[in-house]
Design a protein around this ligand. Structure first.
Ligand code: RB5
Length: 145
């Protein structure tokens, strides 16, 4: 499976650790930056990973910043993106099964690397349920009255 990953400076160290872990597990990784711990702007990297998902270059994406919040806000503004901010494995599993989330967001200042890797593994290893009620609910997201 091909995965696109992006971070800002707040997530840079965790991103490196996560990429090494996922490559070892056999995932093909596209690293969309950032490329150092120098201060940078998270929406740039959120947009790059979203572009990969929307164009189907990658199946799923992971975005990491200090809190994960900026990344999730930026990603969820994009059509076709369902980004889930998860700091526990229950949410990571549920958001794949129920929301068909296509991007996982995490905050490197919120969770340690051990938990972050488990959350990513859970997210990537869980399939969408394809239940009719979940398909219907996803189709209603973003629809006004
Ligand atoms: C950077 O200091 C921090 O604001 C950023 O990593 C992120 O947490 C924003 O949501």
């Amino acid at each position: 499976m091909k995965i696109s990953i992006g971070s800002d400076h707040g997530g840079y160290e965790l991103k490196k650790e996560l990429i090494a872990h996922l490559k070892e597990k056999g995932y093909e990784i596209i690293d969309r930056g950032c490329d150092s711990a120098a201060s940078c702007d998270y929406p740039i990297y959120a947009n790059a990973v979203c572009d990969d998902i929307v164009s189907k270059e990658s199946e799923l994406g992971i975005l990491i910043c200090g809190t994960g919040i900026g990344m999730s806000m930026a990603a969820n503004k994009r059509d076709g993106i369902r980004a889930a901010l998860c700091h526990d494995t229950f949410s990571a599993k549920a958001t794949r099964e129920h929301n068909d989330a296509n991007i996982l967001c995490m905050g490197a200042r919120v969770v340690g690397p051990g938990l972050a890797l488990m959350i990513a593994d859970t997210f990537l290893e869980t399939d969408f349920s394809n239940d009719e009620r979940h398909i219907r609910r996803i189709s209603l997201i973003g629809k006004g009255q």
